[in-house]
Design a protein around this ligand. Structure first.
Ligand code: GCO
Ligand code: MG
Length: 418
């Protein structure tokens, strides 16, 4: 089979073609980020896309550099949908976070190029704004409820209206907060995590928070997939008095087919989706009634092109969006989230992350959250660049984040789903 197999059956336009495609890795916050850079034969015309799968970044890099680049060099960068399908279908097996992140990097880089050619920000290519900015939520956590509430107060003073509250638990399964010291001295695994203990602690956190925080502050919580369907209902019911904005990831993906029954029994809106690894997974969550908020990680479902379809499906289904946006999203990925947020009627909330100054040095133009709002850049494309010399000062390393992901065990020693 020769390269002609991939020939474009329609002619290229305007003598523009892709000249190189490569993955750039960097870790200005210690978390590996992957960004795809696509260059063209037009001087100065290139695009950037987020391909960050931080636990498996080297696999994504190899896929971009060794497999996808050769499919794309010589092609016209304006055929975004066709090129993304070509990248997906040449792999034959679809989906999965490695492949989707690599394809997302390509997809978002091509949108960046399209914006730069048009002289327009990507959100205008998507149909333009339906809102001025995206309201965000921010993470507050503590070893005690008081500590978490104190941090929440600080964010409220800085202008945030939505706060995700997390509490330390023994064994670290409280997610987002430091683990409490060993409490099961006779257990095989002394520093274990117990779901029953967690179910008792979380309502206490929200009871204290409701008493201490302003009434109009919206509260959120991330379970991080650690409950059974019945435990999820128990938690949702016990949180009813505190009027949560949403309760996130009550079940692991293996049990998502039980979500409609949990949702039907839950007085609290459910947010799910950061672990979707295909467009079809995300479609099922929205279509089958499993979610009130769909919160896929855009690069994990293949980029902006598929995510737009989910935003449209959500709009037609009465579901809201809450795109995943933690620190293992590059600033380019964060800009893609905001482009979706401000152009979609289905927008619910955006997860916010405060990037450190090193990240701003590596990615000039990185958006800053102001008074809780993220406002998109009006520069052409994403309006965000990469300084490769700065990126090289923060080399990505293997096995930082994956150790965290598999760090929680029950007191009997059984490994807990992250
Ligand atoms: C969230 C998340 C993340 C994930 C992380 C895994 O922001 O809601 O659950 O922080 O844990 O993206 O790498
Ligand atoms: Mg989460």
């Amino acid at each position: 089979m020769t390269f002609d197999t991939f020939a474009n059956p329609w002619p290229p336009r305007e003598n523009i073609e892709i000249t190189s495609v490569r993955a750039i890795t960097t870790a200005p916050e210690g978390t590996a980020l992957v960004v795809v850079r696509i260059d063209t034969n037009v001087p100065g015309l290139y695009g950037l896309g987020c391909a960050t799968f931080t636990q498996r970044w080297k696999a994504v890099q190899t896929l971009v550099d060794e497999h996808l680049a050769r499919l794309l060099v010589g092609r016209y960068p304006g055929d975004i949908t066709d090129l993304v399908r070509l990248c997906a279908f040449t792999g034959y097996w679809r989906g999965g976070p490695v492949s989707n992140n690599a394809i997302s990097g390509v997809d978002q880089a091509l949108w960046d190029i399209a914006g730069k050619r048009a002289g327009l920000p990507v959100h205008e290519l998507l149909g333009g704004k339906v809102r001025a900015a995206a309201d965000t939520y921010i993470h507050a956590a503590g070893r005690t409820a008081d500590e978490a509430i104190e941090q929440a107060h600080g964010f409220i003073e800085e202008g945030w209206r939505h706060i995700r509250l997390q509490l330390s638990t023994p064994g670290g399964g409280g997610y987002g907060a430091p683990a409490l010291p060993t409490v099961y001295p006779d257990a095989p695994y002394r520093n274990g995590w117990s779901a029953r203990d967690y179910l008792r602690r979380v309502p206490e956190l929200f009871e204290a928070a409701r008493a201490a925080l302003p009434r109009d502050t919206e509260l959120l919580h991330d379970v991080h997939s650690r409950l059974t369907p019945k435990e999820a209902v128990i938690l949702a019911r016990s949180l009813e008095p505190y009027g949560l904005f949403f309760l996130e990831d009550v079940l692991p993906p293996e049990h998502w087919d039980r979500l409609p029954e949990v949702r039907a029994a839950s007085p609290v809106p459910l947010a799910v989706g950061e672990l979707t690894t295909s467009l079809t997974d995300a479609v099922r969550l929205v279509r089958d009634g499993g979610v009130d908020f769909i919160r896929s990680h855009v690069s994990d479902i293949g980029g902006l092109t598929p995510a737009r379809k989910i935003a449209d499906l959500a709009e037609l289904s009465g579901v809201r969006t809450a795109w995943h946006g933690p620190g293992d999203t590059s600033p380019i990925g964060a800009a893609a989230n905001v482009a979706l947020d401000v152009t979609s009627v289905a927008f619910g909330i955006q997860e916010g992350h405060i990037y450190n100054e090193a990240t701003h040095d590596v990615f000039p133009g990185t958006l800053r959250i102001e008074s809780g709002y993220l406002t998109p850049n009006d520069a052409p494309g994403w309006g965000i660049d990469i300084d490769e010399d700065a990126a090289a000062r923060y080399p990505a390393e293997l096995s930082g984040h994956d150790a965290w992901a598999a760090g929680v065990r029950r007191p009997d020693g059984a490994l807990e789903a992250p």
